[in-house]
Design a protein. Structure first.
Lengths: 239, 458
């Protein structure tokens, strides 16, 4: 009997300490790694050409993984050499030179060196933030419903009655429930990223709508005072 | 028995330890929560004080602009007004107040900034303020004064009550929260009501009511029925390829869309149910506005040039002649081409049609003519250039490295202006410079960012 109590206590203590020392999974970190998976700036693979490939080949020839010409073309020989190098060095064997393989080779992938006026100017941040919003707000919706949510965010950016940046619109307090409860930090699926790109390319299946709501879950009466135009999936869209 | 007596203390001491740990942990959490709460509160307080200051500055500078007689001084004042109004708008959008309570105020601030920018432009063109513009500025000052007064009232009320803005987000006793919500919401809400009474600003900026409520000019004819629209959608996609076509449910205000249209879902023959094709057909004239095929494209078999030929053929087939490809963007094994209309050797950028081609079989999987139907005019009368390209060239930096020159019509507010388009490079980056072909003014500069996947314009 006493032994039973002692065991119970130990269990209780064990679980308590588990609660105390439990660190929620760092999804921010995961998002960042996935971000690099989708948007890695420079990757060399079968068919790549250029100075970077030459650098990789030089290194592989030097270390005797590759016997052949340094020609700047990522062909079958280079592919096999990269795989050999990766398996010898405990890297993921995929025959693709990404950031980690490049680091192991001791080279940095330059890509095309951009002049100062063009450095770092791109659309990736917009794409990714929009993709996360779409994923958190509309992941169960048909493809059109995903693009529509992205289009609403972009219509808001262009509207005078909302903030003027994608970040401002997405993170506006009390605007999106999926932002308030942290679902925005989920890793977006491929479909959401594609939908974000389509929306950024100008496709607007809502014809200028600024609002959408799910009649089953929406608690706001105010939202029904909007001009109702179209229903896509579970969402009503309005101006 | 003996053993039991020896160990009687084990259970209570473990319990006591557990209790101490739990209390320690709880206290830590409590302190964390408080710290986060204070950080949030400080942030909101800062936003509030900033908004007050920015709105004050808008008001003061508007008054100065009305007094000033010098155009140069006015340009400086208006640029400050623009800045301060955007700051205030940006910060208002971060306050824990619902959008319904702030939308008019945000619109007011955005339009103050936008309107100031338009006035700066007209000042730089050498024009003085007109009577109407002075009146509009006066109205704006009136509005900012109301807003400012309301904020001042709110400020003293908040200070009086030890009001915590972050309490709006917290789970508190309901009464306190509702009381707090009332203060912030009603005072900002009362600003809202006063905003409603000001007359519409008439100008050309992107946030003006005229630009937002613009109606398509490229559509003609009467409205078509839903059935007729459905037929048009079927014809566009190819009647034989349509397995089933359904329309999306429309609300009671569907006619208020920017381009009123019917939207359909086509289930293509020989494809799984998830891979729908979506298509929008305008009510007026029954034209296909856009089409999108959501099928995934897993392989790239054709080159971008081949895809471009396919896109051109597709456009010709759909009745768009004289379209000229401009930029492309590649993603997910598809390429999106931008086509602009060409008329008498002038590229007409407002008449823009986008076509997306799948690189596996060259099928057009996307089509978007919204911009075309919004802007296209059948009776467009393009003026003759008054200056030569050589004269226009002299308006550009001499060390700008030019690749190509041509005439183009570009949008400018609601208007369109005829320009010489100079594509070229400066210090290693790509630009397009537009010089007005009538008076030689530098109208616009675009920066191009090129990479393997295509070109982005900024």
């Amino acid at each position: 009997m006493k032994r039973f109590i002692v065991m119970t206590m130990i269990f209780v203590l064990f679980f308590l300490s588990m609660i105390m020392f439990y660190e929620p999974k760092d999804y921010q970190g995961e998002t960042a790694s996935r971000y690099n998976m989708f948007f890695a700036p420079q990757i060399l693979y079968w068919g790549s050409r250029g100075e970077d490939v030459k650098n990789v080949q030089w290194q592989l020839v030097k270390w005797k993984y590759l016997i052949g010409k340094v020609d700047g073309v990522f062909g079958a020989d280079t592919y096999r050499a990269v795989r050999r190098f990766q398996s010898k060095n405990g890297l993921k064997v995929d025959g693709v030179v990404g950031p980690s393989t490049a680091a192991a080779l001791g080279i940095t992938l330059s890509g095309r060196k951009a002049p100062a006026s063009a450095q770092g100017i791109n659309r990736k941040g917009d794409e990714y933030l929009l993709a996360r919003t779409i994923h958190s707000e509309a992941r169960g919706e048909p493809y059109l419903g995903k693009v529509a949510v992205g289009a609403v965010v972009l219509n808001r950016v262009r509207s005078p009655i909302f903030p003027n940046t994608i970040g401002g619109v997405v993170y506006q307090p009390l605007a999106f429930t999926a932002v308030a409860d942290g679902q925005i930090n989920l890793t977006p699926a491929k479909d959401s990223i594609k939908a974000a790109r389509d929306a950024l390319n100008g496709w607007d299946p809502t014809y200028g709508c600024l609002y959408y709501w799910n009649p089953a879950t929406s608690t706001s009466k105010w939202i029904w005072s909007r001009k109702v135009t179209l229903k896509i999936g579970k969402h009503w869209f309005g101006i | 028995m003996n053993d039991d007596r020896k160990r009687w203390w084990i259970a209570p001491s473990i319990l006591a330890l557990a209790l101490i740990l739990a209390v320690g942990w709880g206290y830590g959490e409590y302190r964390n929560k408080n710290q986060l709460g204070i950080a949030l509160e400080n942030h909101y307080q800062r936003l509030f004080f900033d908004i007050k200051k920015h709105v004050e500055n808008v008001q003061v500078n508007l008054s100065k602009a009305l007094v000033s007689q010098s155009r140069d001084q006015n340009v400086l004042l208006l640029s400050q007004i623009m800045n301060e109004a955007y700051f205030a708008q940006d910060k208002l959008g971060q306050m824990p107040v619902t959008h319904a309570e702030t939308s008019k105020t945000e619109k007011f601030l955005n339009q103050v900034a936008d309107y100031s920018f338009e006035l700066i432009k007209s000042h730089l063109d050498g024009k003085a303020l007109t009577k109407e513009q002075r009146k509009a500025l006066g109205n704006l000052r009136g509005n900012s004064a109301t807003f400012n007064e309301e904020l001042a009232k709110l400020q003293s009320e908040l200070a009086d009550r030890d009001f915590m803005m972050s309490s709006l987000n917290k789970r508190q006793s309901k009464k306190v929260r509702e009381g707090n919500e009332k203060i912030l919401m009603t005072s900002i809400g009362s600003v809202e009501q006063n905003m409603a009474e000001t007359p519409e600003l008439i100008y050309d900026g992107p946030f003006s009511d005229q630009m937002i409520n613009r109606k398509p000019v490229g559509l003609s004819g009467g409205n078509v029925s839903k059935e007729q629209a459905k037929m048009a959608a079927k014809r566009f996609f190819g009647e034989k390829r349509v397995n089933k076509i359904t329309s999306f449910e429309e609300g009671k205000n569907a006619a208020d869309m920017r381009i009123p249209a019917h939207t359909f879902n086509i289930e293509p023959a020989n494809a799984s149910k998830e891979l729908a094709v979506y298509i929008g057909v305008t009510r007026q004239g029954g034209k296909v506005l856009w089409m999108a095929n959501s099928r995934p494209v897993s392989k790239a078999n054709i080159s971008i040039d081949q895809a471009q030929d396919k896109a051109l053929k597709f456009l010709k087939n759909k009745g768009f002649d004289n379209m000229e490809p401009n930029y492309y963007l590649k993603s997910d094994n598809t390429v999106l081409f931008n086509f602009a209309a060409k008329e008498k050797d002038v590229t007409i950028y407002p008449d823009l049609v986008k076509v997306k081609v799948a690189l596996d079989n060259g099928e057009a999987v996307g089509f978007d003519a919204s911009s075309y139907y919004l802007n296209h005019r059948g009776d467009r009368n393009i003026e003759k250039a008054k200056i030569t390209s050589k004269e226009a060239r002299s308006k550009i930096r001499t060390n700008y490295d030019i690749n190509s020159i041509r005439l183009a019509l570009i949008p400018k507010g609601k208007e369109e202006v005829l320009c010489y388009e100079f594509k070229g490079k400066y210090e290693g980056s790509d630009y397009i410079i537009y010089i007005n072909a009538l008076d030689g003014k530098e109208e616009q500069i675009l920066q191009l960012i090129k990479d393997d996947n295509g070109t982005l314009t900024f």
